[in-house]
Design a binder for this molecule. Sequence first.
Ligand code: FES
Length: 151
Amino acid sequence: MEEKKQPTGGPYFVGKKDELIEAKRSVRTLEDRDVLIIHQQGVFYALDSYCYHAGGMLQNGDIEELNGRLCIICPKHKYKISLAEGESLYKATDPQETQPVPRWYSKGVKQRTHTVTEINGEVFVQLSKSRDWLESDFFQGEKGKLERAKV
Ligand code: FES
């Protein structure tokens, strides 16, 4: 009888550096998890592919620098998620200020990010080891696929 392998989290080989740079954005399924790998301004990032809010496909989102941080803008409802931390950012004014000035605020980390390493031109992703629940977990795996189809 074949023994079922326990998930290890990786690191998993996800592609050659040159190919991933040329592609700019690539999706890999690692342990039933769809992970988006992005190369932006000379740095690789990896995060869950589906937006924590309602499962939007982040690989189709624009990337902008907001408040000094690179963020992906979800194409579905325009939520802004920092590439490095998976933090959800929004801009708002405080109506209690006499002259309200728009400022950036954080909703906290909502999107799971993963660790990318490069060795001799090969790129690897280590899945997040955190066991804490994050909203983006909801849209992963088989159950997540069904949830994404609903919204
Ligand atoms: Fe991404 Fe709503 S699904 S902002």
